[in-house]
Ligand binder design. Structure first.
Ligand code: GCO
Ligand code: MN
Ligand code: MN
Length: 389
């Protein structure tokens, strides 16, 4: 059993520069925290025990930086990484802050903007690879619309596909060891973002030239914003071999984009998510794309970051207990009982199975009378989570 829930490198906990570096600005109010430099953020993450840091190009190198400034900033950043042992497993492009991207980047109606977005992304890929990233995230925050009068979604999809095909070829040409992870989100900052959920994205990936290089970066908050079961979405991505990365945070249904500390709002969902990731043996980053309350100072930001990691580890221990709890396991065995009568259906369709199955008589009423002790089972889970067992 785990004792102190201390984050270790093997847990692969990562944070974005933009997460613990969030300065508490929101649409209604100014920043409440001073901006930390990327070097300071790396040290803060090392102090709380994180394994890695992820970044958008402009989290590290300001968009207006000269080549000489870029080189100096990258050098200082690498020095901080060396000093702390913090790694950069994932990188991404900021294609949403600058007003140039007000109508999207890859899907903008303006061919100049689309070209600029491709160029910016190639440069950001070079930077990510230079820092050691193996996963490259695409979050199309501005790839959408307020009014469908302005853009045909078929054009949006085609432009998105063209951009990703171009960029996978670029990666292959450069000989980079890099996979793409697409991050769906239904809305915010656009009214409607194209490819809004994990399911939409999975279907879209299969239309790409290099589908094998492209997977998913699902985020708790984004599926919750759409009112969906996040663990089910993750399971579908896993089933398709496409769970390349994951953004952990928390989010109540029907609210603004909250980015809460992992597990802080919907604990039961967080439990089943951690249980799923640990049960299947997901071995990628556990990336926290969350930020501290606007009321937090940097001491509280550290408590926030540590809280994300501790909650994950506590839930991991609870998942372990779930699999060792005799009463829970007994109930599961009862629920999943199988005396092998229908084993002949396990090999799929065949003529013999059809003949046998057609000859069966089923006691429909008895089936309807079966007892399914799901209330008892769920209460055991609740008591386990509440520390009562
Ligand atoms: C959001 C997104 C972003 C992305 C990030 C990395 O809701 O703003 O989750 O935080 O994850 O841009 O691509
Ligand atoms: Mn998000
Ligand atoms: Mn995210």
């Amino acid at each position: 059993m785990m004792s102190n829930y201390e984050p270790k490198p093997e847990h692969k906990f990562t944070f974005g520069l933009w997460t613990v570096g969030n300065i508490g600005r929101d649409p209604f109010g100014n920043p409440t925290r001073r901006a930390l430099s990327p070097v300071e953020i790396v040290h803060l993450l090392a102090e709380v025990g994180a394994w890695g840091v992820n970044l958008h190009d402009n989290d590290l190198v300001p968009i207006e930086a000269t080549p000489a400034e870029r080189d100096r900033i990258v050098r200082d950043f690498k020095k901080a990484l060396d000093e702390t042992g913090i790694v950069v497993p994932m990188a991404t492009t900021n294609l949403f802050t600058d007003p140039a991207f007000k109508d999207g980047a890859f899907t903008s109606n303006d061919p100049v903007v689309r070209a600029y977005a491709l160029q910016k992304t190639m440069q950001a890929i070079d930077l990510g690879v230079e820092l050691g990233a193996k996963v490259y995230v695409f979050w199309g925050g501005r790839e959408g619309a307020e009014s469908d009068a302005a853009k045909n979604p078929l054009d949006g999809l085609k432009r998105m596909r063209d951009a990703l095909n171009f960029l996978t070829e670029y990666v292959i040409d450069q000989g980079y060891d890099l996979k793409f992870a697409l991050e769906p989100k239904p809305n915010e900052p656009r009214s409607d973002i194209y490819l809004p959920t994990v399911g939409h994205m999975l279907a879209f990936i299969e239309t790409l030239d290099h589908a094998e290089m492209v997977g998913l970066n699902p985020e708790v908050a984004h599926e919750h914003m759409a009112g969906l079961n996040f663990m089910h979405a993750v399971a579908q991505a896993w089933d398709a071999g496409k769970l390349f990365h994951i953004d952990l945070n928390d989010q109540l249904f029907g609210r603004y984009d909250q980015d809460f500390r992992f597990g802080s709002a919907m604990l039961k969902q967080a439990f089943f998510l951690v249980k799923f990731l640990e049960d299947v043996g997901y071995d990628g980053s556990r990336h926290f794309d969350a930020h501290a309350y606007r009321s937090a100072d940097y001491e509280d930001v550290k408590a926030f970051a540590l809280g994300c990691m501790r909650t994950y580890l506590i839930l991991k221990e609870k998942a372990q207990r779930f699999s060792e709890d005799a009463e829970i396991q007994e109930l599961l065995a009862e629920i999943n009982a199988d005396d092998g009568t229908y084993a002949y259906l396990a090999n799929g369709y065949n003529a013999e199975a059809v003949t046998r199955l057609k000859a069966e008589t089923f006691d429909r009423e008895a089936l309807g009378q079966r007892t399914l002790p799901y209330e008892r089972l769920d209460q055991l889970v609740i008591e386990l989570l509440l520390g009562a067992r």
